[in-house]
Design a protein around this ligand. Structure first.
Ligand SMILES: C[S@@+](CC[C@H](N)C(=O)[O-])C[C@H]1O[C@@H](n2cnc3c(N)ncnc32)[C@H](O)[C@@H]1O
Length: 358
């Protein structure tokens, strides 16, 4: 065998898996090996097969859990605990869904939004999930909750869905929750650019219909970041070039807003784009007091009536963190003083800065 890639290819061959069928623990080991080689789809498939062959074998269960657990990010539980998020989606789906509605859910995760749509009366829901381990779990959850007759979990990226095969026809409602702390990193813009129009009817409801990145002047009273020029006697200052934003809980008690908020970037998701790269600038008016950074968060307009926003403040909770970006120095700002923040973005990331000399 010339390389580990060749070895993996050999191990992944169907006949190898067949031969291991009589040895579920070794099949599970093979799944683990495939996962470490980046073959997650095949790894998840073999893990499920090992479990079916030996449902009561604790060693198989241990390895299968490891394979499935490593394949799925651990924030899934956190988002499910965000009741305001869940309620905002549920309410918007109930408002949009009528008798006979066909729904597409991009990013099934646990299947929660797809089940909300079915519960609200959708005639059919196609829910796609690109993570194979997650797609398998979602299908099990949908079955367990009695919605398998109306919800189809498709283990694909939305970009690979086609009308005529995965979807009988373009849908009436497209729902998605593929936004991150800074809105963009899960490629919501690219996915909606692709899906809106191609997979939806011209008058389809898109939930959420709009998304925005909000910013405000802020003071974070717990300067956790070290002096990078001197850490244990080493100069680490080239690290300054890396993204210095830190994620904080929306209700962090050491974070105070020091201006009214404003949108730095705002998107009409329902338009389907194009969402070409662009720059923006926003002038913030201080409410007074020291300012040592800019804080950014997200706002989702679900539809004409509903909004979800994780604006920082006492008692605020959200599954999404707010991003705090430190300024090079502390500014003592009087009420009414202004500061202009510049922003630039591509489809999956954004940057902010304050022009030198303010
Ligand atoms: C933040 S979770 C949301 C899960 C669920 N919809 C909910 O709201 O609880 C996003 C999920 O979408 C999946 N995903 C992201 N982009 C996708 C795409 N373009 N096609 C299919 N799945 C996608 C991710 O793998 C992840 O499981």
């Amino acid at each position: 065998m010339s390389s580990s890639a060749d070895l993996l290819k050999h191990l992944a061959a169907a006949e190898t898996a067949e031969r291991l069928a009589a040895q579920p623990a070794r099949l599970a080991q093979l799944a683990k090996l495939l996962l470490s080689g980046g073959e997650s789809e095949r790894a998840v498939d073999l893990a499920h097969r090992a479990r079916q062959l030996a449902p009561d074998d604790p060693e198989v269960e241990r390895i299968v859990r490891l394979v499935l657990g490593r394949s799925v990010p651990n924030w899934h539980r956190t988002i499910l605990a965000d009741e305001a998020r869940n309620a905002a989606y549920d309410a918007a789906l109930r408002r949009a869904i009528g008798k006979g509605s066909r729904v597409l859910d991009i990013g099934a995760g646990s299947g929660l939004l797809a089940m909300m749509a079915a519960r609200a009366g959708a005639a059919s829901v196609v829910s796609c999930e690109m993570n194979p381990a997650m797609a398998g779990v979602a299908a099990e959850i949908v079955e367990r909750n009695g919605y398998a007759d109306r919800i189809t979990i498709v283990g694909k990226n939305s970009r690979d869905l086609a009308v005529g095969t995965d979807l009988a026809e373009p849908v009436d409602i497209l729902v998605s929750e593929i936004v991150t702390n800074d809105l963009l990193a899960e490629d919501v813009l690219g996915c909606l650019e692709d899906a809106v129009g191609r997979l939806t009817r011209p008058d389809a409801a898109i939930i959420p219909s709009h998304g925005a990145v909000r910013i405000a002047l802020a003071h974070y009273g717990k300067p956790a970041s070290p002096n990078l020029a001197s850490v244990q006697g080493f100069d680490l200052s080239p690290m300054e070039i890396l993204d210095g934003r830190i994620a904080l809980a929306a209700g962090n008690r050491n974070l105070d807003l020091r201006s009214e908020p404003a949108d730095l970037f705002a998107f009409d998701f329902a338009s389907g784009g194009p969402f070409d790269n662009h720059r923006a600038s926003v002038t913030l008016t201080a409410t007074g007091g020291p300012v040592n950074g800019i804080v950014q968060w997200i706002r989702l307009r679900m539809d004409a009536e509903g909004v979800y926003e994780n604006r920082p403040g006492p008692g605020a909770t959200s599954c999404w963190g707010v991003m705090f970006q430190r300024l090079p120095s502390v500014l003592d700002m009087r009420p009414g003083d202004t500061l202009t923040v510049q922003g630039a973005r591509d489809r999956t990331a954004l940057w902010m800065w304050v022009a030198p000399g303010r």
